[in-house]
Design a protein around this ligand. Structure first.
Ligand code: ADP
Ligand code: MG
Length: 328
């Protein structure tokens, strides 16, 4: 199982940013309202994610680190329309097989209770020991890839790795406005975002994450048709050059990179007025979970729509209409 875990780790754990994504998604699934991400040395030395979610019961702690142990899927039917972000039960097992992982958790309101379990390259301590912790969970991942030197070699500079983490953090924070998020690097707080899921709160967060210029020149839209809803912000051309990489598209809360989606947006953008411009956007597509398959790839950046044509046409026509209204 050790080898199998290390192989599987390659799929899920590519670099510190992927660890942050997996741990934060677990925190989201646990119903957290506050999630804090702490890093040292771009995440190569330490990645710590703390949450105030449901916590993990003492008996379930060792289980949480074992492969294919998930508390989120009970039957095959559940796989249709999964609401939680995780459902394969391999992230913690994979991460712990290539790092020194410490898991602390408490399901009780009493901050004097709590438990701790440690795994080091899969050599898990047999015992769960008491350790006081506020209600919720902290996962610390130290020395990523310490036992897989070939992989460790692929880690880039501290700055580059931190850049990837910050991008993962942006996507997470843009996926859940109701959650408060903190990002710290080498003891320095870079983002402290209050949870508020109303227009003001969302716009405050977008300004904090993407710069205030983004909203100064963006169109807000919210359209619904044939069971699909598209809302969010699309950037309009400015005299200054828009930042090319500000493209965020979420399907039911999951960030998605999809050719069909990209094509529909590009086409609408080009058609209306921004010929030759690179579109920038933060957009949310909400669909019935039964018509989208998110279980295509472990990192889940891909989706497959049952009716791709319907989605493409809806995206294209929604954007076309919204952008057409602001045509000078
Ligand atoms: P998955 O998320 O696919 O279920 P993981 O390996 O990411 O698999 O996590 C294994 C299990 O550990 C989860 O199903 C969940 O029960 C538990 N778990 C992990 N992280 C947390 C957390 N932050 N809060 C509560 N439970 C957690
Ligand atoms: Mg998970």
């Amino acid at each position: 199982p050790r080898l199998a875990n290390q192989i599987a780790a390659g799929e899920v754990v590519e670099r510190p940013a992927s660890v942050v994504k997996e741990l934060a998604e677990n925190a989201i699934d646990a119903g957290s309202q506050r999630i804090e991400v702490d890093l040292e040395n771009g995440g190569a030395r330490l990645i710590r994610v703390r949450d105030d979610g449901s916590g993990i019961a003492e008996d379930d702690l060792p289980l949480a680190l074992s492969r294919h142990a998930t508390s989120k899927i009970e039957s095959l039917e559940d796989l249709e329309g999964v609401a939680s972000l995780g459902f394969r039960g391999e992230a913690l097992a994979s991460i712990s097989s290539v790092s020194r992982l410490e898991l602390m958790s408490n399901i009780a309101e009493d901050p004097r209770s709590g438990w701790r379990v440690v795994a080091e390259g899969r050599q898990m301590e047999p015992r769960v020991s008491p350790a006081p912790h506020p209600r919720g969970t902290s996962v610390s991942v130290r020395d990523l890839f310490f036992n897989t030197p070939a992989r460790r070699k692929f880690l880039r500079t501290e700055k580059t790795e931190f850049g990837h983490v910050e991008e993962a953090f942006r996507r997470l924070a843009l996926s859940r406005y109701d959650i408060g998020w903190t990002l710290r690097h080498n003891q320095k707080t870079l983002h402290q975002l209050r949870g508020a899921d109303d227009t003001a709160g969302r716009e405050r967060r977008i300004a904090a994450l993407l710069g205030s210029k983004f909203l100064d020149n963006a169109l807000h839209l919210d359209l619904e048709a044939s069971g699909l809803r598209l809302w969010g912000w699309v950037g309009l051309p400015t005299h200054s050059r828009a930042q090319a990489d500000q493209q965020y598209f979420f399907v039911n809360g999951r960030v998605v990179r999809d050719r069909l989606v990209a094509h529909a947006i590009r086409q609408a953008y080009r058609d209306v007025l921004f010929h030759g411009r690179h579109p920038v956007f933060v957009l949310y597509l909400e669909v019935d979970p039964a018509v989208v398959d998110v279980n295509v790839h472990p990192t889940k950046h891909e989706v497959r729509f049952r009716d791709g044509r319907l989605v493409h046409d809806f995206l294209f026509s929604s954007l076309h209409r919204a952008l057409g209204e602001v045509r000078p």
